[in-house]
Design a protein around this ligand. Structure first.
Ligand code: C5P
Length: 277
């Protein structure tokens, strides 16, 4: 096709829940790395002008995804049409490699890719501020994908600021083959109790922000079998961290060799997906 945009996954290395807001969303402080260059965890969105808007989905993790108006790619396209004040008829093809319901931001990244693709395909000339505004209307995690790199997220996550890149340790991502719903994990925070609000600024200083996710208890409460992957990562010598609202876990290792040995061990487990970062 004529136009192609990559849609990488993300890793929240720090996710602090600071409180619940009157609008039902949670006030967050996030440090997120967009995993550019991890090609087997990157979706691809292609487009070409056509007589009407259509979306086809394929790829290793595309099964079961719907390509109708509920898809974030279509929602993003409709927002672009609203901003452009005209129809933007195109045929879009989404190749999915990021698992959904995994906390890796796949749907949000696809939406950000659609904004960039449409802007470019139809020469809309929408600037970064305008695109960030549209992205925030699509979801809390969409704006960070427009920035890329390492991003500080505030508010419900949609207020984004570029950070100096944080070098990533040797990391494995493991997907347990389970899919979690983000709203149900946030709702469960009320059942497990809110973590003590401790903002990033109050953490001890250091080169890299700490490895922390305040949604971990809630995700385990919603889906207790998640603990199996966490324990296996610990047993393999890694320091596990839940990805976003789950279901994927990341683990960092002291060395590349330790990480690679763990990968070999864990990829023998049927039903789990394992990626090097
Ligand atoms: O913004 P997004 O549509 O991705 O959020 C999905 C759901 O996750 C929200 O409807 C809300 O239940 C929950 N959420 C939240 N606080 C946030 C982000 C998301 O409670 N900061």
């Amino acid at each position: 096709m004529e136009f192609t945009v990559q849609a990488p996954a993300k890793l929240n290395r720090f996710l602090a829940v600071l409180g619940r807001r009157a609008d039902g969303f949670h006030e967050l402080e996030l440090v997120t790395t967009v995993l550019e260059g991890v090609l087997d965890l990157t979706d691809t969105l292609e487009g070409e002008p056509a007589s009407a808007l259509s979306l086809a989905i394929s790829g290793p993790t595309g099964a079961g995804l719907v390509a109708d108006a509920s898809n974030l790619v279509i929602k993003a396209w409709r927002l672009l049409e609203e901003a452009a004040k005209r129809p933007l008829p195109a045929h879009l093809h989404l190749e999915k490699r990021i698992p959904h319901g995994a906390g890796l931001g796949g749907g949000s990244s696809d939406a950000a890719a659609a904004l960039r693709l449409g802007n470019r395909m139809f020469d809309l000339g929408l600037g970064e501020d305008k695109l960030l505004g549209l992205a925030a209307r699509l979801g809390s995690d969409v704006p960070l994908f427009l920035l890329g790199g390492t991003v500080l997220g505030l508010g419900r996550g949609e207020r984004v600021f570029p950070l100096r890149p944080v070098p990533l340790e040797p990391i494995l991502l493991v997907h347990p083959g389970l899919h979690l719903s983000t709203p149900s994990v946030y709702r469960a925070l009320q059942d497990v109790g809110y973590p003590f609000p401790e903002a990033l600024a109050s953490q001890p200083g250091g080169a890299a922000p700490p490895w922390r996710n305040d949604l971990t208890g809630a995700a385990l409460w919603v889906c207790p079998p998640l603990a199996e992957v966490r324990d296996a990562l610990r047993d393999s010598g890694g320091e596990p961290l839940l990805c976003g609202s789950g279901s994927c876990w990341a683990a960092r290792y002291a060395s590349v060799q330790a990480r690679d040995m763990a990968a070999e061990q864990l990829s023998g487990h049927s039903g789990w997906g394992v990626w090097h970062v």
